[in-house]
Design a protein around this ligand. Sequence first.
Ligand code: ATP
Length: 465
Amino acid sequence: MPNCWAQIPSASVETDVVSMDKIVSLAKRRGFVFPSSEIYGGLGSSYDYGHYGVLLKNNVKGQWWRAMLQERDDIVALDSAIIQHPETWRASGHLAGFTDPLVDCRTCKLRFRADKLDEAQCGRKPSKHPGETPDCDLTEARDFNLMFETTVGPVKEEGSTVYLRPETAQGIFLNFKNYLQFSRKRPPFGIAQIGKSFRNEITTGNFIFRTREFEQMEMEFFVPPPEAGRWFEHWLEQRMSWWTRLGIRPDHVRLRPHDTEELSHYSSATSDIEYLFPIGWSELEGIANRGDFDLRQHAEYSGQKLEYVDTVSGDRYVPHVIEPAAGADRAMLAFMVDAYDEDEIEGETRTVLRLHPLLAPVKVAVLPLVRKDGQPELAAEIYRDLRERVQTEYDEGGAIGRRYRRQDEIGTPWAVTIDHQSLEDRTVTLRDRDSLAQDRVPIGELGEEIERRLRAAWQSPKLQG
Ligand code: ATP
C-alpha cells in the first residue's frame, strides 16, 4: 500500500454530523432517490433515481469516463449486453461459485448471510444479532447462487435458461478478440464499461449501498504478464487519487489489501478501496490482479484463441488483467455522505451538500430577488445564456433565503441573484455555497467566471471544519 494513504487521524471523523437516516431523508425530500414501487407498498431495496439523482450519478459516471477515456490514450469503451450466452457464466465460474453462505432461522423464519451475522438483526430481538438469543435456531449454512435466472424465447425449455449479468466484466472478456482487431491496441491497454448488474443479494440494505440491481464501472486492463505487478500498483494509485480529486476527504478513504483467505481463487492480489460510511469502513471499489484466468477460461469454453500475437516479433501470450471495479450507486452515496453538512446562518440551521462542483447536479441557480420591476426578464436572459454552458436552474418563487436553502441542499455551488442594481449597471451577485461570499460580477463575464471556478482546484470545506 502506498504510504501517502496511510490513514490520517482527523477531528472531522469524530465530529461529522452525517447519518444514513439524514441522507435517506434528504435524498427523498429533494428528489435524488425514491424507494421504488411505493404506490404498491415498495419493493425492498429497490430504488428509483429522481431528477437530481440522475444528474449526480451521471456526473459521477462522466468523471469516471473522463479519467478512463479522455485523460488517457490506452483505454477504449464498451457497452455489452446484459444477457449473454449462458456458457459465459460456466466459464467465468459464476454458475458454480458465485454464492453466498445462507442460513435460515427456524424460529423467526428469516434468512441471513452466514458470514455477515454480526451486521444482521435477529427477527425477534432487533437489538441482537442472529444466533445471539436462546430462541435463535439457525440451520447449517448452505450455498445460495446470487445470479438472477430467466429464460429466452417463448417456451421454457432445456437450453433456454439465461442469467442477468452479475458483473459487467465478463462482457469485456467476451469482446477481447474484437478489440484486438478493430482498436489497433496492443497490451498494455484497457477496455472500460459502465452498466447495470444484478445480484440476488441475501441481505440488502443501507439505502443504495447494497441493492439487487445496481450500476458498475469496470475496466479490464490487459498487460504483458511480467508487467502485471507494476500495473496493479499503478491502478491502486490512479483510483485512490480519482476519489480524492473529486473531493472525498483523504481521512475517509483507505486501501485495504485482501489477506490470503479472502482472495478470489483467480486473483494473486486484490485491494479494496474503502470509505468510512456512517455504517463503518465499507468497500467502494475493488482492484484485482486477475492474472490470465478469465481469458484462459473463455478460450477453453469457446474453443477460440484469446491471446495477443506480436506481428513483428511473432511472440504470443495470454495477457494478464488488472481490474478496477467500482459501483456507481455506492460512489454516489459516498459522495453525498462526504458532502453532507450542517451549519448555522443567521441563527438558522442550514443543510448543505458540499459536493465537488464537477459533481454537483446543478452548477448555478439564477434567482431574481423579486418577481417584478423587470428582474424576472433579466434573470431569464441570464438563465438562457448560462444553460448553454452548464446545468442551470431558474427559480423565482418564494423568499430568497428559502431559495438559497433549497439550492444548498441539492449542492448547487453558485447562485446568481438579480436585484434592482442589476437593471441599472448590468451586474449581479454571485453567491458561493460554501464561503457564502457574494461577489458583484458583470453579466457579460458571468459565464466565463463560472467556468473558471468549475475548473479550479477544489477541496472539501469540511476538511477545515
Ligand atoms: P461486497 O463485498 O460489498 O458484496 P463485492 O466485493 O462482491 O462487494 P465486486 O464484485 O468487487 O463487489 O463489485 C465491484 C463493486 O460493485 C463494489 O465495490 C461495489 O461498489 C459495487 N457493488 C457490488 N455489489 C453491489 C450491490 N449489491 N449493490 C450496490 N453496489 C454493489
